[in-house]
Design a protein around this ligand. Structure first.
Ligand SMILES: Nc1ncnc2c1ncn2[C@@H]1O[C@H](COP(=O)(O)OP(=O)(O)OP(=O)(O)O)[C@@H](O)[C@H]1O
Length: 187
């Protein structure tokens, strides 16, 4: 099945405030869209609506394919070495933690406890978790935060490879993400 993500006339009301309305997003295999906008405009809320974690106050959301969300919440056991923490999810998702570590440049840190990782290493670990989830629909919330120049290049390569394999990407960012053939949506 080809992955697809569609948001039609979506609105978001939070804390009694209308953040946005009338948002349309249509993504199919190999496509990507980057959502930009100032702090607090509702970028993360939009991604959570796309993930099914937050209800849209109006409009419809259609997902065809498994979804993986990477945000600030690192869903890895802080007490475990990184390789073992990823392996836990690999057994559930059926993904390949070793390949995910290699793809994110973290092979040398497999034995390091998650709680010892630096800011940029934690971001990479979140991307490794995403990679190992084996989901065709990637939702990336501020994926470039904390990454150095090499990290940003690694992220761009990860996204390009995911798209080349037929995956799709919806990202939200306040940093410029220089991804080729990528649509933009200003909230
Ligand atoms: N649980 C909540 N209840 C009520 N309001 C909320 C809740 N969570 C977030 N908000 C509000 O929703 C608005 C949008 O938040 P959101 O995190 O989606 O913005 P954002 O564009 O991703 O911001 P940033 O660039 O700072 O990450 C903010 O004003 C925030 O205070």
């Amino acid at each position: 099945m080809s992955p697809a993500l569609r948001l039609e006339r979506v609105a978001c009301l939070r804390g009694g405030r209308l953040l946005f309305e009338g948002v349309d997003v249509t993504l199919g295999p190999a496509e990507a869209l980057v959502v930009t906008g100032p702090n607090g405009v509702g970028k993360s809320s939009l991604l959570r609506i796309a993930a099914g974690l937050l209800r849209a106050s109006a409009g419809t959301v259609t997902r065809e394919g498994k979804v993986a969300l990477a945000d600030d919440a690192l869903a890895l056991d802080e007490e475990q070495p990184l390789g073992r923490a990823l392996g836990f999810w690999g057994r559930i998702d059926g993904g390949a933690p070793a390949a995910a570590l290699a793809a994110t440049g973290l092979e040398a840190l497999a034995a390091v406890p998650v709680r010892w990782l630096s800011t940029g290493q934690r971001r990479r670990a979140g991307l490794a978790r995403l990679h190992a989830a084996g989901a065709p629909i990637w939702l990336l919330d501020e994926p470039g935060n904390g990454l150095d120049a090499d990290g940003l290049a690694m992220l761009a390569g990860l996204v390009a490879a995911h798209r080349a394999a037929g995956g799709l990407v919806l990202a939200a960012t306040h940093l410029p993400l220089d991804w080729p053939n990528t649509g933009g949506l200003a909230l």
